[in-house]
Design a protein around this ligand. Structure first.
Ligand code: HEC
Length: 430
């Protein structure tokens, strides 16, 4: 009689050990953020009210304008609404990146022969698969974080972006810092794009070493002798790469893999990928900091318990743990399009200026500091961040975790921000 009693106990024990292992795995990977950074936050309660609040983002604004007849979306036989929507939302086609792992919503349509294309600017992401019935959108809504929409690819006089929460199953989890947000991962896949689960890096951001990036993604551009996992699928390809490390690296053309004419661009720009990787985690972090601050303010009227998170936020904002670039990286048209958006200071410098020799940006402080999401952070936490940032950049704050930022970089960032950033406290302008 003992066995049937023991079995469930062992099963439970096993699942406990398994969950613990998963948790440890999660912690190990998430260790560079703060403790608890992957815990799901209660975002549907009154304070955040995620589902009921009306979003104020470029997609709802476009929707309202289409509704009123102020703007129209053009349907074209090749890409449906894609080209028109990108134009209306101010998203450059050169931001195109291509993912072939079956890791997302319309996964049955995604494969190395039919990759999913993503396009992005500072606050909107667009997903497009040639021939698919739906286009997918996510925005960085200033107060709510990631908000999700679909658009049917059928000819309508007034096409409709439909907000949906069925995306949250994946887009609000430990992988998006426990808030509704954005995702980027790296997996080995088989020849059809199916993920080999034991091979994954579950979250990619600017800290992830280049050699672990881009599993499941196409990559175009030059990266010298640096190895990565892009452009590889199926056992044979990975075996070949073991022997000759840059097999399928440094590519400028993807036509050997799929029909590139079905996409607006024939690239999956390496620089666009790197910027995207920084940006997605930065967006999730801004949302997390916002939610934490809003909740703490409503509960206690102060943000004293959020300062630890703010410290970790500053580390990410200032790229203190960025994975080094070991040989020069060159992409395509994206770099120029991205840099041209500024703002620039009187010496012509911008936080968007790319370095691409040893690191991603010349002046390592995220350009998302200009974003509506950053500006929507509660005043108290903004004041705290500005004060810490001032202390770090002026050298008053000597915490070892910021010591990697050179005196030259600190000075440049300080000068650029003082001239270009709205809403800084008065002591910045002295
Ligand atoms: C099965 C899990 C899953 C579901 C459900 C899902 N996604 Fe995603 N999504 C992903 C993953 C993983 C990525 C990262 C890129 C990739 O692997 O394709 C992603 C990336 C995206 C991106 C690029 C930027 C970002 O926000 O991460 C958009 C846009 C997007 N999804 C829209 C949607 C929309 C809209 C829905 C709901 C209609 C949805 N997704 C549902 C897994 C999912």
């Amino acid at each position: 009689m003992q066995t049937p009693k023991l079995n469930p106990a062992i099963m439970t024990l096993r699942s406990v050990i398994f969950s613990f292992a998963l948790l440890l795995g999660g912690l190990a990977r998430g260790q560079n953020d703060f403790q608890g950074s992957t815990h799901l936050m209660p975002f549907d309660e009154e304070t955040i009210n995620y589902n009921k609040a009306k979003p104020n983002d470029p997609v709802t604004q476009l929707q309202d304008a289409v509704e009123k007849g102020d703007r129209t979306l053009k349907f074209e036989s090749e890409h449906g609404y894609l080209d028109s929507v990108l134009k209306e939302l101010g998203i450059a086609k050169s931001s195109q990146v291509l993912v072939f792992s079956k890791t997302s919503f319309q996964r049955e349509r995604i494969s190395p022969h039919s990759p999913r294309a993503l396009y992005f600017n500072d606050d909107v992401y667009v997903g497009f698969i040639p021939g698919a019935p739906l286009m997918e959108f996510s925005t960085a809504e200033p107060r709510l974080g990631g908000v999700f929409y679909t658009l049917e690819q059928t000819i309508e006089s007034k096409p409709k972006f439909a907000r949906t929460d069925q995306c949250l199953e994946c887009h609000a989890s430990a992988k998006s810092m426990g808030v509704p947000g954005h995702l980027l991962r790296s997996f080995k896949t088989d020849s059809t794009g199916v993920v080999e689960l034991d091979s994954g890096i579950s979250e990619v951001n600017h800290r992830t070493p280049i050699e672990e990036r881009w599993g499941g993604w196409f990559v175009t551009g030059q990266h010298g002798s640096q190895v990565h996992r892009g452009n590889l699928f199926g056992k044979t390809a990975f075996a070949k790469q073991e022997k000759s490390p840059n097999y399928l690296g440094n590519l400028s053309d993807l036509s050997r893999f799929f029909d590139v004419k079905r996409y607006p661009e024939n690239s999956s720009d390496i620089v666009a990928l790197m910027v995207l990787e920084h940006q997605i985690h930065m967006h999730n972090f801004i949302t997390r900091l916002n939610y934490e601050s809003v909740v703490q303010l409503s509960r206690y009227g102060h943000i004293n318990y959020v300062t630890n998170i703010a410290n970790s936020f500053l580390k990410y904002l200032l790229f203190t743990e960025e994975a080094p670039i070991k040989s020069d990286i060159t992409g395509g048209a994206f770099s120029k399009d991205f840099e041209s958006r500024g703002p620039r200071d009187s010496k012509g410098r911008s936080l968007r200026d790319l370095d691409l020799q040893t690191r991603l940006f010349k002046y390592p402080c995220s350009y998302l500091i200009y974003s509506k999401s950053f500006e929507a952070l509660p005043d108290k936490i903004q004041e705290h961040i500005y004060k810490r940032l001032w202390d770090i950049l002026t050298g008053k704050d000597e915490l070892p975790e910021f010591s990697r930022i050179s005196a030259k970089s600190r000075r440049a960032i300080l000068e650029i921000l003082a001239e270009t950033k709205q809403g800084l406290p008065a002591y910045w302008k002295r």
